[in-house]
Write a protein that binds this ligand. Structure first.
Ligand SMILES: C[S@@+](CC[C@H](N)C(=O)[O-])C[C@H]1O[C@@H](n2cnc3c(N)ncnc32)[C@H](O)[C@@H]1O
Length: 293
């Protein structure tokens, strides 16, 4: 067994570029838009109704597009409410992108921003060392728990920061989806071995065994991976790097690993091929948890 590939996250500039190409080729953002339009308000109504101010914490917010959509949806339902929004994001290039988006988006003056350029682990350590006591009404971790070793402890820590009626919203891949199957088969080859691959079943398992009540929503998502099979196609290479998290995957992965991954990505268990287009299934689950009691 080879050692894990160099991580895409170590090159912030390339990671930002790759994420953008990935979002352009996936229905991820559309799935989240549908979630926001159809479910988010009901989930948050008990948290925001009648409030003049709320505290929000976004963890692993990336370029911020999703955060702004979430905050705007809350603002639409309660326009008089002000928001203190704390962001935890370790990739400087992504924080810069997020700040640029904020500066270009009109009508966000009801939000006060606090930027933390750090990992969730550093944030938790810093929080405890400083003895901070602030509570949050809404904490979210979209597609972030993959980067945490003991994610049950992380979930519990952030639940302990919720106000009464506060909500923690998590999203992770559904393990039965094509991407999930790829990770189950090859994840040990391309992830930091300390990070056991997290899928929604695992999160629900530890919530169930801890007697934690939650609601979960399966969101359909697919990624157009056609370009990954076109030799020398730069966008295809960047999409593959997001999927495997391997920096320069096509160059850095051992040939047998590369061949195995490309074969699995194309098999009917993982993807659908139709009219020359290859689509990887990448459904994910949104899990909503309440305060730690
Ligand atoms: C797949 S992106 C998700 C971005 C955004 N939440 C979304 O759903 O569009 C994962 C994000 O987690 C961040 N991340 C990686 N390791 C992290 C860590 N240890 N703590 C906090 N965030 C982390 C990455 O920099 C990136 O912004």
């Amino acid at each position: 067994m080879g050692s894990p590939l160099p991580s895409l996250l170590t090159d912030g500039e390339r990671y930002q570029k790759a994420l953008q190409v990935y979002y352009d080729h996936s229905t991820d953002f559309q799935a989240m838009q549908d979630f926001i339009n159809n479910l988010f308000h009901d989930i948050m109504s008990g948290t925001i109704n009648g409030k003049s101010h709320i505290n929000v914490l976004g963890i692993g917010s990336g370029p911020g597009d999703l955060d702004i959509e979430l905050l705007s949806a809350l603002h639409l339902k309660n326009p008089d409410m002000t928001v203190d929004n704390e962001v935890v994001e370790p990739t400087p290039e992504l924080i810069s992108k997020y700040k640029e988006l904020v500066s270009q988006t009109p009508g966000l003056d009801y939000i006060k921003w606090n930027w933390n350029i750090m990992t969730v682990q550093e944030f938790e350590k810093d929080w405890k060392e400083k003895g901070r006591t602030k509570k949050f009404d809404f904490i979210h971790m979209f597609e972030m728990l993959y980067y945490v070793e003991d994610n049950e402890a992380t979930v519990n820590f952030f639940r302990s920061l919720l106000n009464k009626d506060g909500k923690l919203i998590i999203s992770v891949l559904d393990g039965n989806t094509g991407w999930g199957k790829l990770d189950k088969t090859y994840g040990h080859r391309f992830h930091n071995p300390k990070l056991t691959f997290v899928v929604s079943d695992k999160v629900k398992q530890y919530l169930d065994s801890g007697g934690v009540s939650y609601q979960s929503y399966l969101l359909p998502c697919e990624v157009d991976i056609t370009k990954c099979f076109i030799e020398g196609n730069e966008e295809g290479e960047l999409i593959l790097e997001v999927i495997t998290e391997g920096l320069n995957f096509k160059k850095s992965a051992p040939p047998e690993l590369k061949a195995g991954i490309m074969e699995l990505l194309r098999c009917p268990d993982c993807s659908v091929e139709s009219n020359g287009k290859i689509t990887l299934s990448a459904n994910f689950e949104v899990i909503v948890v309440d305060q730690l009691s």
